[in-house]
Design a binder for this molecule. Structure first.
Ligand code: ARG
Length: 463
């Protein structure tokens, strides 16, 4: 970069080349170019609209900006380090194309309000895309859930067998998490979609600009009320990273379950070849790389959230170059969340097969119907705590004799309590155990069918 091209005449020598590289953001903020061009288009229109520049000058600037957009889309725009950042790169190219009038574009604007505008426009688009990906992920969950309402799967607490579940109920838990993610991003959008354009470097401008006009052109819902806040606020990016981190929390939990389920110890799912990988040395292996990568990539998104919090902490008003550090983590988080949502959706849709035979056996080989025995007695008048203690004893003796509850004879049951009758066997069959949990939001089949209907409703008529 030469001093004439960017900064004022107060500089006498060019930057040290290593410092120029250190200072430059063009290698990564080129990601913002389409938004920079759009923001500049709105600014140019406003300059003409308010009479700060002539209508003809406005048209020239807009035509020049459009040409840069075409050049970029055709792969013909390659600004180097000497351009420093995307904003200078565009302004410089504009001046090459339209001549001196290009130098008028930056009237009543600073890179500080410009970069804030670009980042918000970028994030607004990306949020819309992520919300769309969340919808695809939710659709995949519903599709599998629908096939498995009556497939039973062991349910766990403390990773110990607890009570059996409808597999659909288990999958719909993830649907609900994704629903919150979808709603949370909508809420974050409200604070992303506020225009800082016209805040200037920090204090506003001496020109008679119209901030509402640019905000309207750029489809912002509102404008920042305080210019200092407008140029230095990155809350919206932190909020997005929080929402992105929660998406990753949810994806990583599902990923972990798939990894467990595909292990020899569980054998609940088979990974199909299209979504599994092999080992370079152990020929028998089929590895769950996709969910492992999702689990692993969660760390980078959390890291980016932490990084931006630390960047912002104690930062004096208003713009400081530290803020240039907001971008790479933000871009990487967006790309990571999108890639993980896509991969998990493909994994669900075509990479997993639930081993229904194995699952059917799994729910019969444990004591996860013990609560139902206690409930059985409690519903026949035995106080629950007393019933609980009786069943604890039954489980203890059963374990000692190598039996499961279903193997006990009626006589053995009645020795424990006279309230036991022949219907105990039906009451503790896994299917009945699941069906009976018919409280609202429970795993009972009637509830799960209702939940599926409700899930479909949530997806209907949304963007
Ligand atoms: N590349 C800069 C950034 O991303 C643009 C804003 C520069 N502003 C300044 N006053 N140096 O933050």
């Amino acid at each position: 970069m030469t001093k004439e091209q960017t900064w004022s005449q107060r500089f006498e020598s060019a930057l040290h080349p290593a410092i120029a590289r250190f200072n430059a953001s063009i290698n990564f903020d080129i990601e913002l170019i389409e938004y920079d061009l759009t923001g500049s288009w709105a600014h140019a229109k406003m300059l003409a609209h308010t009479g700060i520049i002539s209508p003809e000058e406005g048209e020239q600037l807009i035509a020049g900006l459009e040409q840069i957009r075409q050049e970029y889309r055709q792969g013909k725009f390659h600004p180097g380090i000497d351009a420093e950042d995307v904003h200078f790169a565009v302004e410089r190219r504009l001046t090459e194309i339209v001549g001196d009038v290009g130098k008028k574009l930056h009237t009543a604007r600073s890179r500080n309000d410009q970069v804030g505008t670009d980042t918000r426009l970028y994030l607004r688009d990306q949020i819309a895309q992520i919300r769309h990906k969340l919808r695809e992920f939710q659709t995949a969950l519903i599709d599998i859930a629908e096939q498995h309402v009556e497939t039973l799967i062991p349910g766990y607490t403390h990773l110990q067998r607890a009570q059996p579940l409808s597999l659909a109920h288990h999958l719909l838990a993830y649907f609900q998490m994704a629903q919150r993610d979808w709603e949370r991003l909508q809420d974050v959008s409200r604070r992303v979609n506020i225009s800082p354009l016209g805040c200037g470097a920090l204090a506003g401008t001496t020109f008679p600009i119209d901030r509402h006009y640019t905000a309207e052109l750029l489809k912002f819902d509102n404008i920042y009320a305080n210019s200092l806040d407008g140029v230095s606020d990155r809350d919206f990016a932190i909020e997005f990273l929080c929402a992105a981190s929660l998406i990753m929390v949810h994806l990583s939990r599902l990923a972990e379950e798939v990894i467990l389920w595909s292990s020899e110890e569980f054998r609940f799912v088979t990974l199909k070849d299209s979504c599994a990988t092999g080992s370079s040395i152990m020929p028998q292996k089929k590895n769950p790389d996709v969910p492992e990568l999702v689990r692993g990539k969660t760390g980078r998104v959390f890291g980016h959230l932490q990084a931006l919090l630390v960047i912002m902490k104690g930062l004096p008003l208003a713009y400081n170059k530290d803020l240039q550090e907001d971008k790479e983590g933000l871009f990487d988080s967006v790309n990571t969340v999108i890639a993980c949502l896509e991969a998990m959706t493909i994994l669900l849709t075509e990479g997993l097969e639930f081993r229904t035979q194995r699952l059917a056996t799994a729910v019969t080989e444990d004591f996860s119907n013990a609560t139902d025995v206690a409930d059985y007695l409690a519903s026949r008048g035995v106080p629950f705590r007393e019933a609980y203690n009786i069943v604890g004893k039954v489980v203890k003796t059963s374990i000692a004799t190598g039996k499961l509850l279903k193997d006990l004879t009626l006589e053995e049951w009645q020795q424990q309590h006279p309230a036991f009758a022949a219907d105990i066997y039906e009451a503790i069959s896994p299917r009945q155990v699941v069906a009976a949990r018919n409280s609202y939001g429970g795993t009972g089949f009637t509830q799960v069918y209702q939940a599926l209907l409700a899930a479909h409703k949530l997806l209907e008529g949304t963007d």
